[in-house]
Each structure stands twice: as C-alpha cells, then as structure tokens.
Design a protein around this ligand. Structure first.
Ligand code: NAD
Ligand code: WQD
Length: 337
C-alpha cells in the first residue's frame, strides 16, 4: 500500500517509516520540520537502503496537501503531524487547536477530495481524561481533557467519528498511545526533543550522558506502590508495528479506537532503577514537588488491540532502556550532533 505519513520525520514517524518499508509498503513523508530534522529522514534512508520521498509542507496548507495527493497517489494516511508539549499547550492553546484540529480538518478535506478515505490517527491515552480509573478501556469513552493538548486530541477523535458516520466509505483507526519510549535497536534514530525535555525518558538519558545535572522526580507522595507516579511505557518499535496492524486491518469501513500500551504500570523510581541496572549508569536524582496536572497512575487495558488487531507489545522495559541509551550515548546531541 502507498501511505502518506504526516509528521513522518518525528520520533514515532521515523520508527514507523522503517517498519512500513520493511513490510513492503511505499511511503511518502509530509512534514514541515517544525519539531524534527531532515537528518532523521537521512538516517531512515540509511536503515532501509532506499530513498524516502519527502514533501516539505504544513498540514494547514490545503494547496500543498492537494499537490502531495496529486503527485504521490497515496491510498492511506498515517497522521502523526501535530504539536505535543502539554506545558506549551497551556500557554499557546490557539496554536495547538490550529495545528492539531484545523490542520487535521484540512488534511481530511484534502483526503476526501483526493478520494483517500483510510486514516490511522495518533491519539493519546490523555483522551480518557483526569477522572478515569485504571486500567483505561476503550469502552469507557472520552473524559474531561486534563489539558489543552488533550483537548485537541479529543476534538479530532470526535471529528473523525462524525466524518465516518456521515460517509461509510471512510475507515479510521484512533490509536491511543500510552508512553512511548526507546529507540530503534540500531541506535541511528530516536527521540530528539528541542530544549530541556519535558518527558521522563529523554530527561533521564540526558542526565546519564551529562547534558543535565540531575533528574527531579515530581512527587513521591502519591498513593502508588512507592509514592511516585506509574505509567504504561511501551517501546516505540512496538508502537510503530501497531500502526502496521491498524493499517492492514483497515479493509473494512468504520471507526475504532485502540489502546496501544503494555497493560502494565511502572513507577518513576522503578524506571530509574531499571535504567541503572541495564546501562550501569548512575542517575543522580532529587525528589521535587508534584508537577501540576500529573495523574497518579495511567495504564492500558490492551486486550482490544490484541484481539482485534493481533497486536501486543513484545519488548521489555529492559529493551526500552537499552535502546534509549544506545541512541542517546551514540548521539549525545541528537540529530544536531
Ligand atoms: P514529534 O514532534 O517528534 O513528531 C511530530 C512531527 O510532526 C514532527 O516531525 C513535526 O515537524 C511535524 N509537524 C508538526 N506540526 C506540523 C504541521 N502543522 N504540518 C506538518 N508537520 C507538522 O512527535 P511524536 O512523539 O513523534 O508524536 C507523533 C504524534 O503522536 C503526535 O500527534 C503526538 O501528539 C502523538 N502522541 C505522541 C506521544 C508521545 O509521547 N510521543 C504520546 C501520544 C500521542
Ligand atoms: C512520566 C512520569 C512525571 C519528567 C505525557 C503527556 C501525554 C503523552 C505522553 C502525548 C510522570 C515523571 C517526568 C521529569 C519526572 N503525550 N517525571 N521528572 O506526563 O505521563 O505523559 O507524555 O500524548 O499526553 O502528558 O509523561 O514522560 O512527562 O512523565 O518525575 O523530569 O515521569 O511526573 O509521573 P506523561 P512524562
């Protein structure tokens, strides 16, 4: 199948390109590089041994989207493009709604006009909202968004559901990711956040590589096993493979949401201990106040994806730590190094 991959130069997009090409699919990347580097595409080309076509464009730019569909005759879209920093979304909500919601609307309009009606959308566990009990199950429905970023994901899910209900030629998968970490086992592609990382794993590896002095653990007084927050971390390569399963399952029209997680929670202190034991690197850390908006625990009920897509996360936490560290230690400055 020929797949247009919006946001294909980003963290999850690059890993998905590698798996798509390995499975025999054709790809074209559509990215404005606002949070990624063209070097990442070069690394993907090196891994897959072929050229990866790229359209440099914004998903809000309808004319550019139309040209991409006309020139590349894609049959499906995997839609990663969007802004994802929770803290920034509080400060710039309109920019988040513009990129994530208006951008997706423009993309769906262009797809409609091009007759491309299969989409796999990057949603997030955040759509379950702040009051949902763990584990999160798809049948729960969406909750009250805990931040503007989560609000954009909920609105886009709703928009896609409404579209599919109005026209049964559409087929859509809403993939609700939990906490993707890790990197390609080659160490050639990985997560390369701009500035000081917001997320735990890149922060931890940047401490280990000496770019940051110590990790602040945000709160140790939650009602969890050891007082620190628990999350469902999954390997980015497993996540990439989930997109293939969703794409290949999408011969039937309709819309369906799937949790992509391992079904297991790990605390921040357990993350630090596992990283240290796998890599032999010591992580200096301190206990800091809670971070606003953090939930004590979040993990998936991953059974729907297993039963309906035949997908489950295979890689261990140790694999995630080893691969994150291989990427960070070989590329201390990310793609900028
Ligand atoms: P990323 O920032 O590494 O990749 C996103 C890519 O989209 C980047 O290459 C960026 O340049 C591009 N982009 C952004 N806005 C664009 C626009 N208007 N037009 C064209 N390109 C644009 O992020 P990621 O971690 O790979 O996440 C991919 C998707 O998955 C995002 O939609 C994100 O919200 C979602 N998601 C990520 C996580 C996570 O923890 N990484 C968890 C749940 C959901
Ligand atoms: C994990 C745990 C922190 C950094 C976010 C988004 C979510 C999704 C994934 C896109 C938490 C703790 C972190 C640090 C710490 N993204 N932590 N010190 O918050 O679960 O999810 O990314 O959809 O929407 O909210 O991930 O990696 O930021 O935090 O103690 O320096 O690590 O408190 O318990 P989170 P995270």
């Amino acid at each position: 199948m020929k797949v247009l991959v919006t946001g294909g130069a980003g963290y999850i997009g690059t890993h998905t390109l590698v798996e798509l090409i390995a499975a025999g699919h054709e790809v074209v990347v559509y990215d404005n590089f606002c949070n990624s580097s063209p070097k990442a595409i070069g690394r993907v080309e090196e891994l897959v041994g072929q050229e990866v076509p790229v359209v440099r464009g914004d998903i809000r730019d309808r004319a550019c989207l139309d040209r991409a569909f006309a020139e590349h005759s894609a049959e499906a879209v995997i839609h990663f493009a969007g802004l994802k920093a929770v803290g920034e979304s509080y400060r710039q909500p309109l920019s988040y709604y513009d990129n994530n919601v208006t951008g997706t609307q423009r993309l769906l309009e262009a797809m409609e006009d091009a007759g491309v009606r299969t989409i796999v959308f990057s949603s997030s566990a955040t759509v379950y909202g702040e009051d949902a009990p763990v584990p999160y199950v798809e049948s729960m429905g969406r909750g009250r968004p805990s931040n503007p970023y989560g609000g954009t994901k909920a609105v886009v899910e709703q928009m896609i559901e409404d579209l599919v209900r109005a026209d049964d030629r559409w087929s859509a998968s809403l993939l609700r990711y939990f906490n993707p970490i890790g990197a390609h086992p080659s160490g050639r592609i990985g997560e390369d956040p701009q500035g000081v990382p917001n997320n735990l794993m890149p922060f931890l590896t940047q401490v280990a590589v000496g770019r940051l002095p110590e990790l602040s653990i945000f709160g140790d007084d939650y009602l969890t096993r050891d007082g620190t927050c628990e999350r469902d971390y999954l390997h980015v390569v497993d996540l990439a493979l989930g997109h293939l399963k969703a794409l290949e399952a999408k011969s039937a029209p309709g819309v369906a949401a799937f949790n992509l997680g391992t079904g297991k929670g790990t605390s921040v202190l357990e993350m630090v201990a596992t990283f240290e034991s796998v890599t032999g690197q010591q992580i200096p850390y301190c206990i800091a106040p809670r971070r606003a908006g953090d939930l004590p625990a979040s993990w998936a009920d991953a059974s729907k994806a297993r039963l309906e897509l035949g997908w489950s996360a295979e890689k261990t936490l140790e694999d995630m730590m080893r691969d994150s560290w291989r990427w960070q230690s070989a590329n201390p400055e990310g793609y900028g190094g």
